[in-house]
Design a protein around this ligand. Structure first.
Ligand SMILES: Nc1nc2c(ncn2[C@@H]2O[C@H](COP(=O)(O)OP(=O)(O)OP(=O)(O)O)[C@@H](O)[C@H]2O)c(=O)[nH]1
Ligand SMILES: [Mg+2]
Length: 272
């Protein structure tokens, strides 16, 4: 069995054993980063409650966060906008978990699920009050299940992030769910990222790096020049430049980019 299947089996088991499922999504990409398969699994079981933590709100303008919150509420999803980095709304999250099950439960088991790198372990650490779940800017960092006792009443499962199968290469890098170094073709992957960001936020890359370009390959070339990435012979080192560009997006969130709520609504209406 592949590691992905192992993780998937593990997450499903943890969902089965939990009262509350906290799905952590990325506030920059609230639609793309949803783990719909698990959401559906939770919705089918009426004994379980689903909460969505829209994390990393520090990277998105408040107005956009509010719009996404309304959209998800309209879809009957309970959303709590959080920022583990700025410790925003983490108490609200903890109280919501406890409130979700009602007073009848004395012991509560919650399970944090979601794509890699959305901030599951970071949020749990804040709830716990000290670092217990290892955190890293590396997607796929949590590799095994961790059980954490938050209070005498509440225990939390931290699970490894699972990548939905239908996510395109561009979206996988956009969401930061894979390590750039693991990709077979760095330049192709970086082009896919440029292309995807251009679709979502057309001026974001030019404004961030002060580079004008007509195509993704041209951007990577100019980026390599600007960063003085050259091989020994003097020619541009496009592979190194591609990895640096992707890593700056995944690890440092340098490019201001987020899904447009209106666009999401428009597409949804078209599909109905
Ligand atoms: N800007 C910002 N970064 C965050 C926030 N929460 C977490 N991060 C960063 O996102 C990265 C991933 O955080 P983790 O907590 O390891 O994410 P995870 O969901 O446990 O990831 P996996 O274990 O790979 O599934 C780290 O670099 C965190 O510092 C947040 O609210 N805002
Ligand atoms: Mg983790």
């Amino acid at each position: 069995m592949s590691k992905k299947q192992d993780f998937d089996t593990m997450v499903r088991k943890m969902i089965k054993g939990s009262d509350v499922i906290v799905e952590v999504i990325d506030a920059r990409f609230p639609s793309l980063s949803r783990a719909k398969r698990y959401e559906n699994m939770v919705k089918r079981d009426r004994s379980k409650k689903l909460l969505v933590a829209m994390n990393k709100v520090d990277l998105v303008p408040d107005k956009i966060v509010q719009k996404w919150r309304d959209i998800l509420n309209d879809e009957r999803i309970d959303v709590i906008p959080t920022s583990a980095r700025e410790r925003l709304s983490t108490k609200i999250l903890r109280n919501s978990i406890i409130r979700a099950v009602g007073k009848d439960f004395f012991y509560i088991t919650a399970c944090f699920i979601g794509l890699p790198n959305t901030g599951k372990s970071s949020l749990i650490n804040i709830l716990k009050g000290r670092s217990s779940a290892p955190v890293a800017p590396i997607p796929g960092f949590t590799r095994a299940l961790q059980v954490l006792r938050i209070t005498t009443r509440l225990r939390i499962f931290d699970t490894p992030g699972v990548i939905p199968t239908k996510l395109s290469l561009g979206d996988q890098i956009l969401l930061g769910v894979i390590k750039p170094e693991k990709l077979p073709d760095y330049q192709k992957a970086a082009w896919a990222l440029v292309h995807r960001i251009d679709q979502i936020n057309p001026n974001a890359i030019t404004e961030t790096y002060e580079i004008e370009y007509e195509s993704p390959p041209e951007f990577i070339e100019k980026f390599a020049e600007k960063r003085h990435k050259r091989k020994k012979g003097g020619e541009l080192d496009l592979d190194t430049a591609a990895v640096i560009f992707m890593t700056e997006h995944i690890n440092k969130a340098r490019i201001p980019v987020w899904e447009n709520p209106e666009e999401y609504l428009r597409k949804k209406e078209e599909n109905v």
